[in-house]
Design a protein around this ligand. Structure first.
Ligand code: KG4
Ligand code: ZN
Length: 347
């Protein structure tokens, strides 16, 4: 049998994404972002995001179909983000996907956005080895996952108890008067700074924290420490060394993410770490994880930066995984699940 042709639709936050894959092969990945519309608010405004999805969906779908050079009638299955995400934003993609599925008479899979961030690497580097340990770092989530079977069995070992890693990037950028989203901007600014200039705290790494929170994260203390440091410098009339602050902040984030990920990989006894989510695009996180994992003989898999942030191809990758595993399609009456837990892979 030829490889299945899967259409993936993403609309959980501020990116309207349509991806088309044939088996592991990525045929199209079109993304329309409303990020510029949110920039002056310093974060995503849900109603603006929903309206932007509404106007972007059809043109994005048309571009994807043209880029993949396929006919919609050839599609074997449609996958759409069912959650987690913003209610109104999710509903736009889900409604569109249901209309397409009903009209074309194709099976529809409502899938988990977070799993998409992990699955997408199969389009870049082929089938993912299982079991594996995954570090999921996005704007809304920071989790360590034991992935026994990408289609059926994912266990969350720990997660953030306050801010997500990406959220910390965005908040620190804001207090440094840098634009939104903060991740890529801080990543670039850090290149000119000294990561050892300021010793910022590493959340939940003290011995007494490890007992209860070995695989959990906390970034709000770090954000506050950066805010205090910048405030003090400004009060004393010193110029804030933006490069040094960014590099030192980024070092603290990468250090704690990598330390806990390797600890979890040792604990579950896997030979592969999967890195996914918007923050997986971060240069220092990728570098440090690869360096320390290599020293322990553990392989690291991570998608190219362009596939780390939200897109439709990652949703198609989950759809593909579900089809290959022989999972039944979703019933057409599912709705948006804003708080969908990561262990519910297909709804
Ligand atoms: O996964 P994603 O695109 O959206 C969510 O599902 O949340 O992640 C967006 C987050 C934002 O917080 C953004 O600042 C962060 O990913 N991000 C980065 C980088 N690129 C994006 N953080 C650090 N370094 C980057 N290069
Ligand atoms: Zn995401």
């Amino acid at each position: 049998m030829s490889e299945p042709l899967i259409l993936g639709i993403e609309s959980s936050c501020d990116e309207t994404g349509v991806g088309i894959v044939r088996g592991d092969q990525l045929l199209a990945n079109e993304v329309a972002s409303s990020v510029d519309l949110h920039a002056r608010f310093g974060g995503v405004v849900p109603e603006i995001a929903s309206r932007a999805h509404l106007s972007a969906f059809v043109p994005t779908l048309q571009r994807a179909v043209a880029a993949a050079d396929v006919d919609l009638a050839e599609v074997d299955a449609i996958a759409v983000t069912a959650g987690p995400g913003l209610m109104g934003a999710l509903l736009v993609g889900i409604s569109a996907a249901k209309a397409l599925a009903a009209h074309l008479g194709k099976p529809l899979y409502g899938v988990n956005h977070l799993v998409g961030h992990i699955a997408v690497d199969l389009l870049d580097h082929g089938p993912l080895p299982m079991p594996a340990l995954a570090l999921l770092v996005s704007g809304g989530h920071t989790s360590l996952l034991h992935v026994r079977d990408l289609a059926r069995d994912i266990e969350e070992l720990g997660s953030t108890i306050d801010d997500a890693a990406g959220e910390a990037y965005d908040k620190v950028a804001r207090l440094l008067d840098l634009p939104y989203p903060g991740g890529p901007v801080i990543d670039r600014a850090a290149a000119d700074g000294d990561p050892a200039a300021i010793r910022f705290p590493r959340g939940l790494t003290a011995r007494h924290d490890l007992e209860k929170h070995r695989f959990d994260f906390s970034f709000s203390g770090l954000k506050t420490a950066v805010a205090r440091w910048v405030e003090t410098a400004r009060l004393e009339g010193r110029e804030v060394p933006v490069g040094d602050v960014c590099a030192s902040f980024q070092e603290a984030v990468a250090d704690v993410l990598v330390a806990k990920t390797l600890d979890a990989a040792r604990q579950v006894g896997v030979g592969t770490i999967l890195l996914g989510g918007g923050v997986a695009a971060n240069s220092r996180l990728r570098g440090l994880l690869e360096e320390r994992a290599a020293a322990e003989g553990v392989a690291v898999r991570r998608p190219r930066p362009g596939l780390c942030t939200d897109n439709g191809a990652m949703i198609a990758a989950v759809g593909l995984t579900a089809v290959r595993a022989g999972l039944p399609p979703s019933s057409l009456d599912f709705s948006a699940l804003t708080g969908l837990p990561v262990n519910r892979i297909v709804v």
